[in-house]
Design a protein around this ligand. Structure first.
Ligand SMILES: C[C@H](N)C(=O)N[C@@H](Cc1c[nH]cn1)C(=O)O
Ligand SMILES: [Zn+2]
Ligand SMILES: [Zn+2]
Length: 478
């Protein structure tokens, strides 16, 4: 059942209003990882809830309790559960998305204010934090709802929504909710399949369907010693310096070629055979795709298969930052008293945080012991999630393939995503149904980076894709 042509033309003719709604969403700086913005994540939940109810969705805000972040006790933002349609003859799809975003400051190197959507009329880019990750895709679903609501038309399937405001900070509290509501009589009982639009095409040309995500284990390693920050002229070469110890430890984690140096971590993953390598070789991808998205010619290899495997089916270790270090302008001659290095490992099957964490902790303790330092080391695991893989031959994927062909006139790439969406595996396991990732944005959108953007055409055609997928879902046999 193709989507009605009126739906497609409605999306085109309302494009400017949809972009204005995206600007309204981007203007709320719903940064989950920054305690000072917690009220904005709540404001974003209210904004989204009000949009959903105006479009005919029955919603409830679920209190997820409290948590501690950076030593501060904070209320968790609510999850929004919604339902539209309850026709026993129709399939029921669960749609997940997140309304929180990564931090962003103009001073990070943005060309424009990150929370003011910049519409570049020449390039068609909609630039702003969350435009691609994940406010644009969430609003894509709202655009689909709006057509049906305004025209008093029933949706082709029943929809259950689950939106959260903590995805960028480990999805705290959500797993318990999903497990509880997936039980008989729960809010998600009766769901036939799940669709998540929260990742990106591999390149800038080819739409994609995604059947895998890497997991994540995020660590904070702290070295402390002096009772306060010290003058390097007075104390240099007289005391053990926390920053020196930390840099030494961090330098033992990963090679410049990307190999993880923690014994047993890379070794857990089986090598790809020739058949698997052929899948990567067949993808529409060039080294220039990653180099253009990264903004420099810095790929780890000239071999496309090796680069794709690095992103999709191998673990990676990235060092993200150092808290407590001197980082301002100028040349302060300080010895910081306490510094915390932050790094994470992206995990692939069969790795799990439970299997990898002990290896990481042992490695850090050994590396620190070798320094012979009198400082103190402590290690925390901030959050984690398991990797996920789905069967891409399932009817849920078939419906999305048909929708992609109808909207974009081409077959989608079948990809595994390098990023993580921790709740994906929880949906798959607790509901026992297929989960599809249906990305809206392109590989060069710069999610988590400066100048994050969503191309206007991806927002508009992507909204058509989400709606068309629902029609194909209704038509396909289970
Ligand atoms: C792929 C998704 N859009 C995303 O960006 N996920 C984040 C999840 C996360 C976990 N800790 C912090 N953020 C990611 O992959 O980094
Ligand atoms: Zn993200
Ligand atoms: Zn996201």
């Amino acid at each position: 059942m193709p989507a009605p042509t009126q739906f497609l033309s409605y999306i085109d003719s309302h494009a400017d209003a949809f972009i204005q709604r995206l600007a309204d969403a981007v203007a709320i700086p719903s940064i989950s990882g920054d305690a000072s913005h917690r009220k904005d994540v709540f404001a974003m939940a209210d904004w989204l809830n009000s949009q959903l109810t105006q479009l005919g969705v029955t919603t409830q805000l679920v209190d997820l309790g409290r948590h501690t972040m950076d030593g501060e006790d904070l209320p968790l933002p609510p999850a929004i559960l919604g339902r539209i349609g309850n026709d026993k003859e129709k399939k029921t799809v669960l749609i997940y998305g997140h309304f929180d975003v990564q931090p962003a400051n103009k001073s990070d190197g943005w060309d424009t204010e990150p929370f003011k959507l910049m519409i570049n009329k020449e390039t068609g880019q909609l630039i702003g934090r969350g435009s691609s990750d994940d406010k644009g895709p969430i609003l894509g679903w709202l655009n689909v709802l709006q057509y049906h609501h305004e025209n008093k038309l029933p949706l082709p399937v029943n929809i259950v929504f689950c939106f959260e405001g903590m995805e960028e900070s480990g999805s705290e509290g959500l797993d318990e909710l999903v497990v509880r509501e997936s039980k008989k009589g729960g809010f998600f009982d009766g769901v036939d399949c799940v669709c998540i639009s929260d990742n990106y095409w591999l390149n800038t040309r080819t739409p994609a369907l995604t059947y895998g995500l890497r997991g994540l284990s995020y660590y904070k390693v702290t070295v402390s010693g002096p009772g306060r920050d010290l003058h390097s002229g007075v104390f240099g070469r007289t005391v053990h310096e926390p920053m020196t110890d930390l840099i030494n430890i961090l330098s033992t984690l990963v090679s410049s070629q990307g190999d993880i140096l923690i014994k047993g971590v890379d070794e857990m993953v089986p090598r790809a055979d020739e058949e698997e390598k052929a899948i990567y070789a067949g993808l529409n991808y060039n080294i220039s795709d990653i180099e253009e998205a990264a903004g420099a010619s810095i790929a780890l290899s000239d071999d496309k298969v090796s680069v794709l495997m690095g992103r999709m089916r191998e673990p990676s270790l990235s060092i993200h930052g150092i808290e407590g270090a001197f980082s301002a302008a100028g040349a302060k001659t300080v010895i910081p008293a306490k510094v915390s290095g932050k790094f994470s490992i992206r995990l692939v099957p069969p790795q799990t945080p439970d299997a990898v964490d002990p290896l990481v902790i042992e490695h850090l303790n050994n590396a620190f012991a070798k320094l012979g330092s009198k400082n103190i080391l402590s290690v925390e695991n901030l959050h984690g999630g398991k990797p996920w893989m789905a069967d891409h031959r399932h009817w849920n994927f078939e419906a999305a393939k048909k929708a992609t062909k109808a909207v974009y006139g081409q077959d989608p790439d079948l990809t595994r995503e390098g990023g993580s969406i921790p709740v994906t595996l929880t949906f798959a396991e607790s509901l026992g149904v297929n989960v599809l990732l249906l990305p809206m944005g392109r590989g060069d959108d710069g999610a988590h980076s400066t100048n994050e953007k969503l191309d206007r055409s991806n927002f508009i055609e992507g909204s058509k894709l989400l709606g068309t997928y629902l029609y194909e879902l209704a038509a396909i046999s289970k």
